[in-house]
Design a protein around this ligand. Structure first.
Ligand SMILES: Nc1ncnc2c1ncn2[C@@H]1O[C@H](COP(=O)(O)OP(=O)(O)OP(=O)(O)O)[C@@H](O)[C@H]1O
Length: 419
């Protein structure tokens, strides 16, 4: 028997569940698409395009809507001889300065033999090159800046949308499409950048369970063979997606994970609720491990402190009551404890990762407000991701019974006498 054999019982086209798949239609986004389409209409009329700013949480269809509309725009524009449309997509992840954006744009517009170095020029020189290149090419240029919030200085976000108004361009028409999932970015833009970059703002709200269900049904019809999914599978993936963040990407990933788990089982020919539950657990574990591994050692120490307090039924807890435990753990790990404010920053970071939830409380008539923290995640998952800090600090009594791996307990001393 061959080592690899094609298994096609579950999936008809698994690639339809991948990130790079472009659905033929976007489900449940009619209003946003209509506004977006209206903002792009001047291109077909041969007019100067609007600058558009799309914002909304992650996985709500901003990029998908952009790709969908721009591919139609490109196709429809090709019907008109007097329209020369050029689309440039730039993901700003990793491009933090206006300088980097400008050099990337110049290189996108030039052929391979004529690229410029990404360092060494004054910024104004790169801008000059950009305007010259755009004017030489002429036509209508739509530049998509996805994840535009990664750009830390706003020079280019002012210069690009205003290039014609500032007489930097005469022949070329230019329109910017900025996309962001960072709400504070939009709020923090200076008024002059906001007024030019955000000529037409379109908000993409999070999806609810019924939106997600329709999106998943559309995708599943392409990805899976008929009658492979148990009836409960799609509603369950949609319900989890809506509960988490209304993020279509997460729901599609969960459906794919469930399909993969079903496929791995030799005798299974259908995807069931149990595969969704197991898939969710696996994805959650991956997400937590990734989140925790990105934290500094102090972040780990704060999380470990909170975990032990949680297991001793002492949560929700104020940061000042986390502090003695954290200080003790830091000392045991041979680190100087951070000042209270820095320690609180770590609590806030844990909350941002979804590991910890925060409740604001009032101290009565005269007092101010304060925050209480509680652990919001499966204990076993957190423990498995905190391996290293357990080695550095030792095993607290409260977690003994949760440690499945006895070797760890043998090697470490109990901490009970310290707290
Ligand atoms: N309305 C929809 N209909 C069909 N598929 C959708 C819809 N909305 C989102 N998707 C799919 O969900 C996934 C995530 O969407 P997309 O990449 O557009 O999100 P986004 O809002 O750009 O997120 P981010 O801010 O993280 O880039 C993609 O696979 C996309 O095809």
């Amino acid at each position: 028997m061959s080592l690899f054999e094609r298994d096609t019982e579950i999936y008809r086209n698994r690639d339809a569940l991948r990130e790079d798949y472009q659905p033929a239609q976007l489900v449940g986004r009619d209003e946003e698409i209509q506004m977006y389409q209206a903002a792009l209409q001047p291109v077909i009329n041969g007019e100067q395009p609007n600058n558009v700013f799309l914002y909304g949480k992650t996985g709500v269809g901003k990029t998908a809507a952009t790709r969908y509309l721009l591919s139609h725009l490109e196709e429809d524009a090709s019907e008109y001889d007097d329209i020369d449309l050029r689309l440039t997509f730039l993901n700003c992840d990793g491009l933090t300065s206006s300088y980097q954006i400008a050099t990337r744009l110049v290189n996108e517009l030039r052929d391979e033999t004529n690229q410029i170095s990404t360092t060494g020029y004054p910024r104004a020189t790169v801008y000059e090159m950009l305007w010259d290149d755009l004017d030489d090419l002429g036509g209508t240029n739509l530049i998509v800046l996805d994840e535009v919030d990664h750009v830390e200085d706003d020079s280019i976000l002012y210069q690009l949308p205003r290039a014609r108004a500032n007489n930097n361009l005469s022949d070329a028409k230019i329109g910017i499409i900025g996309i962001s999932n960072d709400f504070s970015f939009r709020d923090d833009l200076s008024p002059k950048v906001k007024s030019s970059l955000c000529e037409q703002e379109i908000h993409f709200p999070a999806y609810d369970a019924s939106d997600l269900q329709k999106i998943l049904e559309q995708r599943a019809a392409v990805a899976f063979h008929d009658d492979v999914l148990d009836d409960a599978v799609i509603p369950l993936c949609a319900a989890y997606g809506a509960k988490d963040a209304g993020d279509a990407r997460q729901s599609i990933d969960l459906l794919m994970k469930a399909g993969d788990l079903a496929r791995e089982e030799a005798e299974t020919t259908t995807v069931a609720e149990t595969h969704v539950e197991a898939g969710r657990h696996d994805l959650e574990r991956g997400r937590i491990e990734e989140g925790i591994s990105g934290l500094t050692q102090h972040g780990h120490l704060v999380l470990y402190s909170l975990l032990t307090l949680h297991l001793q039924d002492e949560t929700p807890v104020r940061s000042r009551d986390v502090r003695p435990r954290y200080t003790n753990f830091a000392q045991r790990a041979g680190r100087d404890p951070l000042v209270p404010r820095r320690m609180r920053d770590h609590l806030a970071e844990l909350a941002m990762l979804g590991l910890v939830s925060v409740t604001e409380r009032n101290e009565g008539r005269r007092g101010g407000t304060y925050r209480e923290y509680t652990l919001d995640m499966d204990i076993e998952l957190i423990l498995s991701a905190l391996d290293e800090v357990l080695d550095d600090v030792g095993i607290h009594d409260s977690i003994q019974e949760h440690l499945l791996d006895e070797d760890v307990t043998d090697e470490n001393t109990s901490l009970a006498q310290f707290q």
